[in-house]
Design a protein around this ligand. Structure first.
Ligand code: PLP
Length: 387
C-alpha cells in the first residue's frame, strides 16, 4: 500500500503504523506483504474469538441471507437471544442496543439523569484514570484533561473522584448526584483495580442514597477476564444497576449494549432515546453466537488458566514489573517509561501488543488462543521488554 496516498484520504486522528493488515485467521494476522503477526491485542479487544471464527462466519452468512435491518419499531429474534444471555449471565435487566462503548455509556448516563430528574439530580461521579469514550459527554466523563482540549466547554455535570478511595468518593457526591460510573478495571488508565472492600462499599452507598451504580464493562465484559463480566471478580456479589458493554460482545462488529435493572430501564420510554441501526440482526446474531461459543467451548476456564500461567511466567521473567489483570486481559507495568517504541518493536518481532499510560504493556488476545501460541507470544513480549 502507498501509505502517503492513504494519509491523503484518511483523517489524521489515529497514529497509524505503516502496515496494511490484509487477512486474519484465529490469532494470526497477515499484512499485504504476507508477513505474519501473532495478535495479542485482538483489535483493541473487539475480536474476542479471533479473526474469522467459523461459528461467527456462519452466523453472519445465515443472518445476511435472512434479514438485514428493520429498525427498532419491530421485534427481531437475535436481539432476544442476546438479552437472554445477559439475563442469565449477569442480572435481571433490559437491553438497549447500539454501536459501541461510547454510545452504551451515553445511554447509561441519559438513563441515570432521566431517572434522577424528578429529584433535580444530574451529576455523574467518575474516577481518576478513567476512560469512557470520545463523544463530547464521554470526554467530560473521562479523567484525561488532554482529551477535552480544543473541544469547547465540557459537557457539565461530570465530577471526578479518586477511584478506590471511598471517603473521597463520598465527598464528591451531593444532592444533585444521579450516578456513580466506573470501570471494574480501569483499562486505558493502566489496568487499575480497587481495594477489595471498595466495590461493596460503593454498592451499599448507592443503594442507601438511591444513586444509580453504573459499571462501564466495555473492556472487561464478555468473558475475556475468565468471568462473564468484570464485576463478577468483586468480593461480595456486587452487582451494578446499569452495565455497559462493547468491544468483545461484537466480536469485531460494532455492538454496544446498555443493560439496566428493570426499575432503572423503565425510565427510557418512547421518544427518549434510540439508534437506527443499533441491535441490527447481523450484529445481534454474531453477539449471541459469541456467548454460545464461549459457553460451549469452555473458554472462560481457558482464559482463567492461560491468564494464571501468564502471570506466573511474566512475574518470573520480569521481576521489576508489576503484572496485573485477570484471565486474558493483562497489564505489565514497567518500572520506568520505555526509551523506545515498544509497540513498534513488537511488530518488528511479529507480535501485536499495546502500551497505555506510557509504561503499561497490555495484552488482550482472543479467547481462542492456544496454549502454545500464548507461550510463544509471551516469550516475544518478554524479549521486547528485555531488549
Ligand atoms: N469505555 C471503556 C472502558 C473503554 O475502554 C472504551 C474504549 O476503549 C470505551 C468505553 C469506548 O468504546 P468505543 O471505542 O467502542 O466507543
Amino acid at each position: 500500500m502507498d501509505f502517503d496516498h492513504a494519509n491523503t484520504l484518511l483523517m489524521g486522528n489515529y497514529a497509524r503504523r505503516p502496515i496494511c493488515m490484509q487477512r486474519g485467521e484465529g490469532t494470526r494476522l497477515f499484512d499485504d506483504t504476507g508477513r505474519e503477526y501473532l495478535d495479542l491485542f485482538a483489535g483493541f479487544g473487539g475480536a474476542v474469538l479471533g479473526h474469522c471464527h467459523p461459528d461467527l462466519v456462519r452466523a453472519v452468512r445465515e443472518q445476511s441471507e435472512t434479514l438485514w435491518t428493520v429498525g427498532n419499531t419491530f421485534h427481531t429474534e437475535p436481539q432476544l437471544r442476546v438479552a437472554e444471555h445477559l439475563k442469565s449471565k449477569a442480572f435481571d435487566g433490559r437491553a438497549f442496543f447500539c454501536h459501541g462503548g461510547l454510545d452504551a455509556n451515553e445511554t447509561a448516563v441519559k438513563l441515570a439523569r432521566r431517572r434522577g430528574s424528578a429529584k433535580g439530580r444530574y451529576k455523574v461521579v467518575t474516577f481518576n484514570q478513567s476512560f469512557h469514550g470520545r463523544s463530547l459527554a464521554m470526554i467530560a466523563a473521562g479523567s484525561t484533561e488532554a482529551h477535552r482540549v480544543g473541544f469547547g466547554p465540557p459537557v457539565p455535570g461530570f465530577v471526578h473522584a479518586t477511584g478506590g478511595d471511598f471517603d473521597d468518593l463520598v465527598r464528591h457526591v451531593d444532592d444533585e448526584t444521579c450516578s456513580i460510573m466506573f470501570e471494574p478495571l480501569r483499562g486505558e488508565g493502566g489496568m487499575l483495580g480497587y481495594p477489595d472492600d471498595f466495590p461493596a462499599q460503593v454498592r451499599d452507598f448507592c443503594t442507601e442514597r438511591d444513586i444509580t451504580l453504573h459499571f462501564d464493562e466495555v473492556w472487561v465484559g464478555g468473558g475475556r477476564t475468565g468471568k462473564w463480566f468484570g464485576h463478577q471478580h468483586f468480593d461480595g456479589d456486587v452487582k451494578p444497576d446499569v452495565m455497559t458493554l462493547g468491544k468483545a460482545v461484537g466480536g469485531g462488529l460494532p455492538v454496544g449494549i446498555c443493560w439496566a435493572e428493570p426499575e432503572h430501564a423503565e425510565h427510557l420510554v418512547p421518544g427518549t432515546h434510540g439508534s437506527t441501526l443499533g441491535g441490527n440482526p447481523m450484529c445481534m446474531a454474531v453477539c449471541a453466537t459469541i456467548f454460545d461459543v464461549i459457553e460451549r467451548d469452555g473458554l472462560l476456564d481457558h482464559a482463567t488458566r492461560l491468564g494464571d500461567l501468564a502471570k506466573a511466567k511474566l512475574r518470573d521473567a520480569l521481576p521489576d514489573c508489576d503484572v496485573r489483570g485477570d484471565g486474558l486481559f493483562l497489564g505489565i507495568e514497567l518500572p520506568a517509561d520505555p526509551t523506545k517504541d515498544l509497540v513498534a518493536a513488537g511488530l518488528e518481532a511479529g507480535v501485536v501488543m499495546n502500551v497505555t499510560q506510557k509504561n503499561v504493556v497490555r495484552l488482550a488476545p482472543a479467547m481462542v488462543i492456544s496454549e502454545d501460541d500464548w507461550a510463544r507470544g509471551l516469550d516475544l513480549v518478554i524479549d521486547v521488554i528485555h531488549a
